[in-house]
Design a protein around this ligand. Structure first.
Ligand SMILES: Nc1nc2c(ncn2[C@@H]2O[C@H](COP(=O)(O)OP(=O)(O)O)[C@@H](O)[C@H]2O)c(=O)[nH]1
Ligand SMILES: [Mg+2]
Length: 354
């Protein structure tokens, strides 16, 4: 999963990026020219840690999120930045950083400016497609025509919304309509986390400031958090025990980076299941509502193809019963078929035929 960071020059994007990426330094890939810098961050999950302790396996593999920070000061409409838009299009979600610590510009104004930066490239894509649809419609055979007309209607609706400055995720697309436009990789359809980068003095008002902005910008798949990038970056450079003390001193309950990672998972509607074998305990992220067979496919395509059944138990019960032996005796390990909807925190053992 990739999350692209956007924001105005000097909003503190790189600062927040470093706060998130600290501890992931070995995974950091520095940028060359216009390429974004990449940081791979593991999701800390106490459930995974409990399972790893219980099974004492060699490896403990968390899920990962990649964050992209673009070089230079900002993101905008200038020509050389077209390349960034291209990279952003492939991201799964966006992290918008607002420089609220700098009181020369209000976060509302800043968000407004970024909104335009994201809406305009989408409008361009839609207009290009609509321009090509006209001639295609004249020559298409009847069956294909129906599809194209349907697409034309949908795109006209999106154009209208975008022209009013609305993100596509605010336009109530049906699942089928979303499928139709998926290929365009629209920026304003992506789940968006807005982080107010606050000064230390503003920090006590973080929740109030974030909710003020939320009420002015209440779109689906959009959430808001407040953090102090500068302090978080400084914390991230300390040994963990010192960082914890430092945070306690300032009154930061949850590290900003953890908040960002957690909120981005929630925005994407991802849940986690776990697998355990002799070598490793591993966490997997899947969309809510995923069937057991599709979850198996995430592990290996062979497992989905030859899926027989899944043995399922919640991580809590497995830990409480101290492992499979006692859990089985008590009948807590269920046999589920391919249509079973995997729940957050399930431990799965897939039985399949090759
Ligand atoms: N006072 C204060 N300064 C910050 C904060 N976050 C970033 N800065 C400063 O703002 C400047 C721009 O930050 P940077 O992360 O490079 O911004 P970018 O252009 O969005 O990547 C740097 O000098 C940072 O030290 C903050 O939370 N508080
Ligand atoms: Mg930067």
């Amino acid at each position: 999963m990739q999350i692209g960071i956007v924001g105005l020059p000097f909003a503190g994007k790189t600062t927040v990026f470093h706060a998130i990426a600290a501890g992931a330094a070995e995974h950091r890939q520095e940028s060359h020219g216009l390429e974004p810098t990449l940081a791979t961050v593991s999701l800390r999950d106490p459930r995974l840690e409990a399972l790893c302790t219980l099974f004492a396996t060699e490896r403990c593999i968390p899920t990962e999120v990649q964050y992209l920070d673009f070089p230079g000061a900002g993101f905008g409409r200038r020509e050389k930045e077209a390349a960034w838009v291209g990279t952003l299009r492939t991201a799964d979600a966006l992290l918008v950083v607002l420089g609220a610590f700098n009181e020369t510009q209000s976060p509302e104004e800043e968000l407004e400016s970024i909104r335009l930066d994201l809406v305009l490239p989408d409008l361009q894509v839609i207009e290009n497609r609509l321009a090509r649809l006209g001639p295609q419609l004249r020559t298409a055979p009847a069956v294909e025509r129906r599809h194209l007309e349907h697409e034309q209607g949908l795109l006209s609706r999106l154009r209208e919304g975008l022209e009013q400055g609305l993100p596509v995720r605010a336009l109530d697309l049906s699942r089928e309509e979303e499928q139709t436009v998926r290929g365009f990789q629209l920026l304003t359809l992506k789940p968006t986390l807005v982080a107010l980068n606050l000064s230390e003095a503003q920090l006590p008002r973080a929740a109030a400031l974030a909710s003020g902005l939320r009420s002015a910008y209440a779109h689906p798949l959009t959430s808001f958090i407040g953090l102090c990038g500068q302090l978080e970056m400084e914390c991230a450079e300390l040994p963990p025990a010192d960082a914890a003390l430092f945070r306690e001193d300032i009154g930061i309950e949850e590290p900003g980076a953890a908040q960002v990672v957690r909120e981005s998972h929630a925005l994407l509607g991802l849940i986690h299941f776990f697998t355990i074998n002799e070598e490793e305990v591993r966490a997997w992220a899947i969309p809510q509502g995923t069937r057991a067979q599709d979850a198996a496919g995430k592990i290996h395509t062979d497992m989905a193809r030859g899926f027989a059944r899944a043995e399922v138990i919640s991580w809590e019960q497995l830990v409480a019963r101290n492992g499979y032996g006692d859990a089985r005796k008590r009948g807590l390990v269920r046999q589920e078929g391919r249509d079973y909807v995997v729940q957050d925190g399930d431990v799965l053992y897939i039985l399949f035929t090759r």
